[in-house]
Structures are given as structure tokens and as C-alpha cells.
Design a protein around this ligand. Structure first.
Ligand SMILES: *[C@@H]1O[C@H](CO)[C@@H](O)[C@H](O)[C@H]1NC(C)=O
Ligand SMILES: *[C@@H]1O[C@H](CO)[C@@H](O)[C@H](O)[C@H]1NC(C)=O
Ligand SMILES: *[C@@H]1O[C@H](CO)[C@@H](O)[C@H](O)[C@H]1NC(C)=O
Ligand SMILES: *[C@@H]1O[C@H](CO)[C@@H](O)[C@H](O)[C@H]1NC(C)=O
Ligand SMILES: *[C@@H]1O[C@H](CO)[C@@H](O)[C@H](O)[C@H]1NC(C)=O
Ligand SMILES: [Fe+2]
Length: 457
């Protein structure tokens, strides 16, 4: 009798566990291919027999089905879980929706909400931007949660380095992190790029857990572009340049794509519709941190100028040639705003405002969202291109006001949400070949040691 009871108990516990393991977790949003689309992604530990989002403006009067893909982590346990994806289509731009996700056999998530991206380019999208947020010491997260849920942002840009790491401890750290960011990522599209912390097992945790736009890109979250309002965003991997063990051809593939995407974005009708081109990638071209000689004080910073042999694949010359307006980077656990700069030369705009029609792209490093590695100190004498720096924990906000004005500010979480830096970039003209730092450059010498090798084609 006791044996029978124990058996029944074991079966019941097992059933209960199965139910729990089938329930949706790690729910997050990302942009689809147009303002009419939103992608909902989540995980279940065991597979369910369907993948559904129920949604609507006031009640769940619509539903959309998707599919799940089994993921096997590269760690010793070879842990498996299931990534579910649903693309919501035919959304009314700018409209609020409520949704939940799951399936009849696995159960349903809590109810979340989002606003479909607005249409056209005559509106002012707002963003939160940061890199380097970990599972431990994600200091900025509660402030972000408050601002996101109050509707302050249209999207979040996470500039690489997640969780530390997504794959750690048989990817359980990744699960915990993705559950942590659900408090923001289930409400606004969470757009990403890969950082060095994503590299284990050929970036597989990063590639499987997110769902970035596919039509313009590699289809695996490593490089892609998308438009929001008056902005064409480009996200790509700086990590291909450092983890060449996964294949040199990835650098060339990505570079070719990057150049062709920039060319297309500069077609007159395209650049008129999305005058701003904003790039995001993890490693900095310019920085002034004391503990990173590989990037900050290296005249031959690989991601900036490329390799010293064959086709170099340096990206600075592409950003310059095709008139990229702003580039966000992270990796340094700090914030730094540069003067307009190219080829190690400051190229300010007008005499009384460096950010009025600058002669080179503007670079911002914002990697201080908070992680277990702490913050990175600065050199006692920052480089000449450094306009402002802080190693407070925090994140950047950006509002793209219209075709000529863009505002960026940095929020300090250490100082209770104080805005510690702000800048308005004003451009009366956007386009390929509009920068003229190149000519000025020839008259100046590099403040860093060593030759600034850079071919201009
Ligand atoms: C899905 O699973 C549930 C419970 O596990 C089961 O009752 C149902 O018949 C399944 N549906 C399909 C279409 O397999
Ligand atoms: C890594 O993944 C890419 C696809 O993203 C593949 O082309 C490449 O061969 C892989 N490299 C290794 C070493 O497995
Ligand atoms: C750029 O502008 C800033 C702020 O006005 C100034 O401090 C800096 O010296 C200028 N740099 C150059 C090279 O003109
Ligand atoms: C763009 O926004 C700025 C700042 O609000 C404003 O001064 C300017 O007139 C606007 N320009 C256009 C073309 O709307
Ligand atoms: C970069 O600057 C160096 C001098 O510091 C100059 O010799 C070189 O021609 C410049 N390259 C470009 C592409 O402007
Ligand atoms: Fe990093």
C-alpha cells in the first residue's frame, strides 16, 4: 500500500514538473521586417505541441502560430531546450497591444503589452542603449524597467556582452539572465549585437536565443539592418575579427554585406527616408580606458583599421565613406563620448559647435549597464578625441528628433538617475562622401604611437 502511494506520488510530482518545464519563460520582443510586425520569442524546457501568441488591443481576439526549434548547448551536460518564435503580422503601427504566449498543453505566460512601431519617418523614436549587462550586478535594470514600462522607449539596443555568459553553467546563467531582462524585453523590441562574451560554442547561445531581422542580414543575428522612423540601424559583429578560429570567411562575408547595405542605404530615396545611419557593434574604435591597450591606445586597433595583410577589412573607413552619423560601441565598462573623429584626428563641425555638421562620425561607448566585472578606469590623460567620460553605472538614452537633430544623453544609476552628459548632433546634410576629415587629416600627425595604416579606396 505504501509502495503504491509512493509510486502515485512520484508520478504526480513528475507530471507537475513536466507542466512547469513546459511553461513559457524568457519572453522577449524584437522587430520584424516592417512596422507591421513584431516577433515574440520564448523558451520552454520541454517541447510543447504548439507555439501560440494570443493578442489584441483590449482582449485576446487574435492569435498567431509559430514554431519551436530544439537547441543543444555546447556545455558538458549538452542541455536541451526549445526556442519558440511567433511573428505577429498586420499590426496597426503605433497601436498598443496586450499579449501572452504559450500553448494549451504547456500553459500560458503572464500578460504583457507593447506598442507596434510607428510608421513612416516623421516621428521621433526614443531608445535606451547599453552594453555589458550581466546576470550578476545588473545595476541599471530596475531603472530601465521603470522607464520601459512607463513607455519611455520605442526600442532597446544592447551593444553586446550578455549575462556573463549566456552559455555559463550549462547555459543556466543564460536562462537566468533572459528571465531577468523579461521585465524590459517583453515590452519593447530588444535589439542586439554579439560581444566577446557570446563567443563560446561558435556564438550558438546568442544565435539561438534572439530573433533579429533576417531579410537584411545573415539570418543568425550576427549582422543585420533595420529601420525605425528616420533611422537606418546597422548591427554587426566585431567578434569575427578576434575569434577567427570559427572561420576567416565570416569577416569577408560580413564586410561585403556591410558595404552593400551601406551603399543601398545611401540610395537617394532611401537616405531621404532614413537620413540617419546609426551603427552598433561591440568593440570600440576609440576609447580612453587604462586597462585596455588592445583598443584604447593601439594605433593599429584591428576593428578600426583591420589586418596588416591582404584586404584589411577595417571598418572605420566604411563608416566614414558612407556617411554613418553615429556609432555605438561598448566593451569598456564605462561611458565615453568622442568628438567627431576619423583616422585618429578630431574633426569638429562648426567652430563654436563640434557637433554641428561634423566632418566625421560620432562615436559613443556605453558599456556600463552593470556586470560582475565592475567598471573600467580611465587614463589620467584621455585621448584628444575624448569629450566626456564617466565610469558610473548607467545607460544612454537617444531621441532622434527629426531629420536634422538627434539627442543623446547618459544616465547615471549611481547618481540616482541623473543625466551626467548630453549632446545634440545637428546635421543639415547626410550622405556618402559628405565628410571632409580626410583632407584635414593629411596635415596632422597622429597622437598615438605607430603608423595609422589605412588604405582609402
Ligand atoms: C497537445 O498536448 C495535449 C496535452 O499534452 C494533448 O491533450 C493534445 O491532444 C495535444 N494536441 C495535439 C494536436 O497533439
Ligand atoms: C561557426 O558557425 C558558422 C555559421 O554561423 C559556420 O559557417 C562556421 O563554419 C562555424 N565554425 C565552426 C568552426 O564550427
Ligand atoms: C573640438 O571641439 C572641442 C570643444 O569645442 C574643443 O575642446 C577641441 O579642442 C576641438 N578640437 C579640435 C581639433 O578642433
Ligand atoms: C528639428 O528639431 C529641432 C529641435 O527640436 C528643431 O529646432 C528643428 O526646427 C526641427 N527641424 C525640422 C526640420 O523639423
Ligand atoms: C591617416 O593619418 C596619417 C597621419 O597620421 C596619414 O599619413 C594617412 O594618410 C591618413 N589616412 C587617411 C586615410 O586619411
Ligand atoms: Fe566585451
Amino acid at each position: 500500500m505504501l509502495k503504491l502511494l509512493t509510486l502515485i506520488l512520484v508520478i504526480l510530482v513528475d507530471l507537475a514538473r513536466n507542466e512547469v518545464y513546459k511553461s513559457p519563460e524568457q519572453i522577449h520582443l524584437s522587430l520584424g521586417e516592417s512596422p507591421n510586425e513584431m516577433v515574440v520569442t520564448w523558451i520552454t524546457q520541454q517541447n510543447t505541441n504548439s507555439t501560440i501568441v494570443e493578442y489584441g488591443e483590449k482582449e485576446f481576439d487574435k492569435f498567431e502560430k509559430g514554431s519551436s526549434i530544439k537547441f543543444t548547448d555546447g556545455g558538458p551536460e549538452r542541455r536541451e531546450f526549445f526556442n519558440h518564435r511567433v511573428v505577429l503580422r498586420d499590426l496597426k503601427p503605433g497601436t498598443m497591444y496586450i499579449y501572452h504566449c504559450g500553448s494549451p498543453d504547456g500553459g500560458w505566460s503572464s500578460v504583457y503589452f507593447f506598442r507596434a512601431i510607428k510608421d513612416g519617418s516623421h516621428w521621433s523614436p526614443r531608445f535606451a542603449i547599453y552594453g555589458d549587462m550581466g546576470n550578476v550586478n545588473a545595476q541599471s535594470l530596475s531603472r530601465l524597467q521603470e522607464e520601459v514600462q512607463r513607455g519611455h522607449f520605442d526600442a532597446i539596443l544592447h551593444v553586446g556582452d550578455f549575462a556573463y555568459n549566456l552559455d555559463t553553467d550549462d547555459a543556466k546563467v543564460g536562462d537566468a539572465f533572459m528571465n531577468q531582462i523579461q521585465s524590459i524585453a517583453a515590452y519593447v523590441p530588444y535589439m542586439t549585437c554579439a560581444g566577446n562574451h557570446e563567443q563560446n560554442y561558435n556564438f550558438s547561445n546568442y544565435m539561438s536565443r534572439f530573433s533579429m531581422p533576417k531579410a537584411q542580414g545573415d539570418g543568425h543575428n550576427m549582422f543585420f539592418s533595420f529601420d525605425i522612423g528616420p533611422v537606418h540601424f546597422i548591427s554587426f559583429s566585431s567578434e569575427y575579427y578576434y575569434f577567427t578560429k570559427y572561420g576567416w570567411n565570416q569577416i569577408a562575408n560580413q564586410y561585403r554585406w556591410l558595404e552593400s547595405d551601406l551603399k543601398k542605404a545611401n540610395l537617394p530615396e532611401r537616405r531621404k527616408k532614413t537620413p540617419w545611419i546609426i551603427a552598433m557593434f561591440h568593440r570600440p574604435l576609440y576609447c580612453s580606458n587604462a586597462d585596455d591597450p588592445e583598443h584604447c591606445t593601439n594605433a593599429e586597433n584591428i576593428i578600426r583599421i583591420g589586418f596588416p595583410f591582404g584586404e584589411d577589412y577595417g571598418i572605420e573607413k566604411l563608416l566614414y565613406k558612407y556617411g554613418v552619423d553615429v556609432a555605438f560601441q561598448a566593451h569598456e565598462h564605462a561611458y565615453e563620448r568622442m568628438w567627431p573623429v576619423y583616422n585618429l584626428t578630431v574633426c569638429n563641425g562648426s567652430a563654436n559647435n563640434p557637433y554641428l555638421n561634423p566632418s566625421a562620425p560620432v562615436h559613443i561607448v556605453t558599456g556600463s549597464a552593470g556586470c560582475q566585472e565592475g567598471v573600467d578606469p580611465f587614463l589620467p590623460l584621455p585621448n584628444t578625441w575624448s569629450a566626456f567620460h564617466s565610469d558610473d553605472y548607467g545607460y544612454a538614452r537617444m531621441t532622434v528628433l527629426n531629420s536634422s537633430h538627434l539627442h543623446i544623453e547618459q544616465v547615471s544609476d549611481d547618481q540616482n538617475g541623473k543625466v551626467i552628459d548630453s549632446m545634440t548632433l545637428i546635421k543639415n546634410k547626410h550622405g556618402a562622401g559628405t565628410y571632409n576629415c580626410h583632407e584635414r587629416n593629411l596635415k596632422q600627425t597622429s597622437p598615438l604611437k605607430g603608423p595609422a595604416k589605412m588604405k582609402f579606396t
